[in-house]
Design a protein around this ligand. Sequence first.
Ligand SMILES: *Cc1c(COP(=O)(O)O)cnc(C)c1O
Length: 354
Amino acid sequence: MSQFFSRRFAALTPYTPGEQPRDKKYVKLNTNESPFDVPDSVVEAAKRAAAEFRLYPDPTCLALSRALEQAEGIPADRVMWGNGSDELLNFAFMAYCDGNTPAVFPDITYGFYPVFAAVNRIPTRIIPLREDFSVDMAILIRTPGTIFLANPNAPTGIALSREEVESLVRSDPDRMVVVDEAYVDFGAETVAPLTAQYDNLLVIRTFSKSRSMAGARLGYAIGDPSLIRDLETLRYANNPYNVSRVAIAAGVAMLGEEKLMRERCEKVAAQREKTAGELADLGFVLTPSKANFLFASHPDLDGGKLYRDLKERGVLVRHFDLPRIKDHVRITVGSPGDMEMLVQTVKAITEETK
Ligand SMILES: *Cc1c(COP(=O)(O)O)cnc(C)c1O
């Protein structure tokens, strides 16, 4: 830290992204990227957009909003676009929390939430998940503050039903609920349609997982027009050109590939169930994941050691050195070949520990 670094950030612990290693070629199952490349239509659109780099992008991302309306029926005045959904989550923490309104989220969830709270100097109320990592709705409902829920949750993959989320939103119209649907396309129920009925519900989505565009940095928020205006105020106060020309063009093209996207999500979900069965046969205990990853532990294996043994053998997964989940690893659902490699490698490790 330099002598010039503001004291208000002196104690800030930033988010640690998953490794993007360059030392050797890994079977990379650590950051929940898609195993599928974007279709050619997306690459071509991005190239055409790059030819116009000289010009700033459209700060309203109108082409994206129109394409989203076509693809998913979400009206343009209920959407705002972001440089990845992380940016939108940060805006939501800024917009809907302060000294009097804490951020409320589970003890085990997306590791960026505590960082967004810290960087914005927002107090937090941490809700412990039950033993099986399910959400205790009764505790959430009686805890005041703005609720942040990843649905499905990360890194457990456990999903809440639309009814459960609605009961929370309905329980107090004066409380904001932010639902992070980064993984919803892999088998959970979206609550996006409920934003038409409830002006205290904001849904945040990303192109990084189901739409194979983690490298493009594109996400969107869906909510009542009044909420969208709040977020727009913060966006224009931070970075009006937050979505690049290439990301806009590529996103529009990707929204023209909904059928392909759905098919791919189904393939990932089927592969998830297949691999879950194979790991269970090896003695692993798994959460019922509805996301594009598995969350697994083994009674005879230390989570940190399993992560290191796998890495040594060229398979990269994610391990969180946190009290309740240090014996788990999170495994992205990759291609069939990747998953076969994972299962074979895990099998070899379990046999050696016997
Ligand atoms: C991956 C992820 C995000 C962030 O995605 P972006 O790449 O910033 O769009 C947000 N929330 C959760 C729970 C995630 O796993």
